[in-house]
Ligand binder design. Structure first.
Ligand SMILES: Nc1nc2c(ncn2[C@@H]2O[C@H](COP(=O)(O)OP(=O)(O)O)[C@@H](O)[C@H]2O)c(=O)[nH]1
Ligand SMILES: [Mg+2]
Length: 421
């Protein structure tokens, strides 16, 4: 019966005809009722009675969003709520304000995350569960404290949809908020039982089935204790395969040094603030979370050309290969490598994919040896992936005493073409 009623209306003219035929109108009505109950036809056992966590990955590009993701996963795990996997927010190259939402599972396997905790893609949650679990009139946004940047914004509210990408993100799923709630003074460190209890008490699942955060419920950069969660972030079949094919085509023996050069103008500008920020961006990944290895310095953020050449040369020598893969946002320095390292036997320099940062990341993660930028959260992604897999990595100009003392500096500038390799 239902299958007859649910027959798709492939031709618009036939549909309109049916719509105005009294008998068909009745069928249409049943069809509409049927499809809306289908969405609600979720059994109680499929609903997480502990509730859900949703958030907008509204800060920064992929590297920042990935750091935030790991913290959000830990937060949902701490609260024992299902994490709704948001799409990744991508920005158009034309510098317009257009953003694109890329479903989470385009890049990563949902099943791998499920080994750690309950997760569901936002697309699936909105399609199958939202009407039942999170009715339209009961959607509240959650933020630490009121967000108000201009007079047009509402007082004492998260204004969760104000600005870009905030508005487009929730609009992508047709989500509007009826009101806001603030979670101050609570932060996201739910490993502290007092904090955890306070969250549960203030926001119980019975009254707050979905905690919908204006931004990620996590710190940036990812905290030390959450770094290991990266093991559950596994590339989707598509990216795993594409990176393998790329490696086989370019480096058939699969031995290569992978490097990340972050050198666009936005980066150079950011690096100018390094002296005012002893632990800028992803810096704790090499300087330590308690700055055990000192403060940031200019070369760590924007390594000079001679340091890059020296480190690459050392790495190729150590790995006994001439294969070099260069991923970059702007300048791959291909000409410099070919010229300055021409004495290296079998030197082959291959540049990455300007249009596919994720393919670059997947290839970097599979390199034999990796050198990244300690300050960059993009560089941090393959570093974590390699750490959990036990693969070796290094950072530009780190440790400082090896690369930037005045005497070493002089020494490093002389790169002999005739060194034994
Ligand atoms: N294709 C490609 N894009 C890159 C590379 N490095 C940086 N980008 C782009 O620049 C963005 C840098 O922003 P983000 O990921 O937040 O990292 P961060 O700014 O370096 O901390 C990335 O998301 C990419 O879009 C690279 O090696 N390859
Ligand atoms: Mg960034």
């Amino acid at each position: 019966m239902i299958s007859v009623i649910s027959m798709p209306c492939v031709n618009m003219a036939v549909c309109l005809n049916k719509l105005f035929n009294p008998f068909s109108t009745c069928l249409m009505f049943i069809l509409i009722v049927h499809s809306s109950t289908t969405n609600n036809n979720i059994s109680d056992s499929q609903i997480d009675s502990n509730g859900y966590v949703a958030y907008c990955p509204c800060m920064g590009r992929f590297g920042n969003q990935a750091d935030h993701f790991l913290g959000s996963l830990a937060f949902a795990h701490g609260l024992d709520r299902t994490l709704i996997l948001p799409p990744w927010i991508e920005y158009h190259h034309d510098r317009s304000s257009r953003v694109e939402m890329v479903p989470f599972d385009t890049y990563f396997k949902v099943e791998a995350l499920q080994e750690y905790h309950r997760v569901i893609t936002m697309e699936k949650f909105m399609k199958l569960f939202a009407a039942r679990v999170w009715p339209v009139g009961q959607r509240k946004s959650l933020c630490y404290m009121a967000r108000k940047f201009n007079d047009d914004m509402i007082d004492n509210d998260c204004n969760a949809k104000d600005g870009n990408p905030f508005g487009p993100f929730w609009d992508n799923f047709g989500i509007n908020f009826v009101s806001s709630e603030f979670h101050q003074p609570l932060f996201f460190n739910t490993q502290d039982v007092h904090i955890l209890d306070a969250w549960q008490e203030k926001f119980p699942a019975a009254t707050h089935p979905v905690l919908a955060f204006t931004g990620a419920p996590a710190s940036f950069p990812v905290t030390e204790e959450n770094r290991h969660l990266h093991r559950y972030l596994q590339w989707s079949k598509k990216f795993d395969k594409e990176s393998d094919v790329f490696i086989e085509e370019n480096f058939p023996n699969r031995t290569f040094v992978g490097i990340h050069l972050r050198n666009g103008i936005d980066w150079k500008n950011a690096c100018e603030h390094i002296n005012m920020s002893p632990s800028l961006f992803a810096a704790p990944q090499c300087l330590g979370y308690r700055r055990e290895n000192g403060d940031s310095y200019a070369e760590l953020c924007a390594p000079p050309r001679h340091i890059i050449l020296t480190q690459v040369k050392k790495a190729l020598k150590k790995m006994r290969t001439g294969n070099l893969f260069v991923a970059t946002d702007v300048d791959a320095m291909v000409h410099d490598f070919r010229k300055e390292l021409r004495a290296i036997k079998g030197l082959k320099v291959v540049r990455g994919h300007a249009d596919s940062p994720h393919l670059d990341l997947a290839v970097l993660a599979k390199s034999t040896y990796y050198i990244g930028n300690c300050i960059s959260s993009f560089s941090a992604f393959p570093k974590r992936e390699r750490d959990v897999a036990g693969r070796p990595s290094a950072f530009w100009a780190f440790p400082k005493h090896e690369y930037v003392t005045p005497e070493k500096d002089l020494h490093l500038q002389v790169i002999s073409e005739h060194d034994e390799l």
